[in-house]
Design a protein around this ligand. Structure first.
Ligand code: UDP
Ligand code: MG
Length: 328
């Protein structure tokens, strides 16, 4: 496995491009998205960047709203649209992984983007151009966050600040709009972790990479599947799957408590020897609750990592494919 030869990497183009679109309850947008992307593929074919057999792969992540019927219809109407139906909702990262791994050996360049066209389609050409220049991974980086709510923007700023401190290879403003060649996806397959955090893993894989900037559009239709609560858990997931810094913070909290305790001890002894016995149920109660709060929080943080180990050890499949439109 370690010495596995890299698959053939095409650098000249035209590239056989596969655009992976994770879809969860996107019945209202997917056909419009497919239409726009197919038009873009035509333009890319025309400019010599994409080959004529480039295609879209829509991954239905256990939708309940007829998304799969839409995808099947699109696939029947145009051979350049394919669909993969997962057996249940496995979550955005796993839907992306399912799309990438299933198409890895069939395309030169694999691009992932949101099914709601919030990522700028016009940027795809620039991504392919970067591959032509020898880059292996190209990150779509959003220029501004005007379309997001204030709370989402504050949360994002805070998250990047914390993450940036803990993980130097984090790319600010990059979500899951990226392109990579088949060799990079082959390397990604070797990251067998259950708690996969794709935004962080790609920079970890390495290789020459580039960033292309774009302005994030409004969602065409439907609702965001990332309400604030889910965003928070994504951020927490990102931090705890990538660094053990919170564990160090637990130690620091312990050290702090020790110093406080030491100071208190000195003070109490001093008071006792100087005939000032310290009274006070209040101070005692305050100390007890403070220390037990820090203790409980620390156990929570450690528990988070234990939970992660538990999930990894079970080694469950990350996705299950129920059916595809191309019978593969
Ligand atoms: N998505 C998915 N599985 C999920 C949640 C979301 O495949 O469990 C897809 C969704 O259909 C969309 C993309 O992931 O194509 C991003 O989701 P969304 O647009 O709701 O997030 P936002 O753009 O608001 O952050
Ligand atoms: Mg979106």
């Amino acid at each position: 496995m370690e010495g596995r030869p890299q698959p053939y990497i095409r650098t000249e183009g035209p590239f056989k491009v596969c655009i992976v679109l994770p879809c969860y309850n996107e019945a209202g947008v997917i056909s419009g998205t497919a239409r726009v992307l197919l038009k873009e593929l035509d333009a890319l074919i025309h400019s010599g960047l994409a080959s004529t057999d480039s295609y879209l792969c829509c991954v239905d992540d256990g939708s309940r709203d007829g998304t799969w019927e839409e995808i099947s219809g699109l696939a029947a109407a145009d051979p350049r649209v394919e669909g993969i139906k997962l057996s249940a909702n496995f979550g955005h990262p796993n839907a992306l992984i399912a799309g990438l791994f299933s198409n890895r050996s069939r395309a030169d360049i694999l691009i992932t983007m949101d099914a709601d066209l919030q990522d700028d389609v016009a940027v795809i050409g620039r991504m392919l151009q970067e591959h032509r220049n020898g880059k292996r991974v190209v990150y779509g980086v959003r220029l501004d966050r005007k379309v997001d709510s204030l709370s989402k923007r504050i949360a994002a700023a805070l998250f990047y600040r914390i993450m940036g401190r803990m993980n130097k290879r984090m790319i600010r403003g990059h979500a899951d709009f990226r392109s990579a060649d088949t060799g990079v996806i082959a390397d990604l397959e070797r990251f067998g972790e259950a708690n996969i955090y794709l935004r962080g893993i790609f920079p970890l894989i390495g290789y020459p990479s580039a960033e292309v900037r774009f302005i994030r559009q409004e969602r065409h239709a439907g609702d965001s599947k990332y309400p604030f609560r889910k965003l928070f858990s994504l951020a927490w997931e990102g931090i705890t799957s990538f660094t053990t810094t919170p564990l160090k913070l637990v130690f620091m909290a312990g050290l702090f408590m020790f110093l406080v305790a030491f100071g208190l001890g000195v003070w109490i002894l001093w008071a006792a020897f100087n005939d000032h016995p310290i009274q006070g149920w209040a101070s005692l109660a305050l100390l007890t609750v403070t220390f037990s709060a820090i203790n409980t929080m620390s156990i929570g943080v450690i528990g988070e990592y234990v939970g992660k180990i538990y999930k990894e050890v079970k080694h469950r499949p990350r996705y299950i494919i129920e059916t595809t439109t191309h019978g593969g």
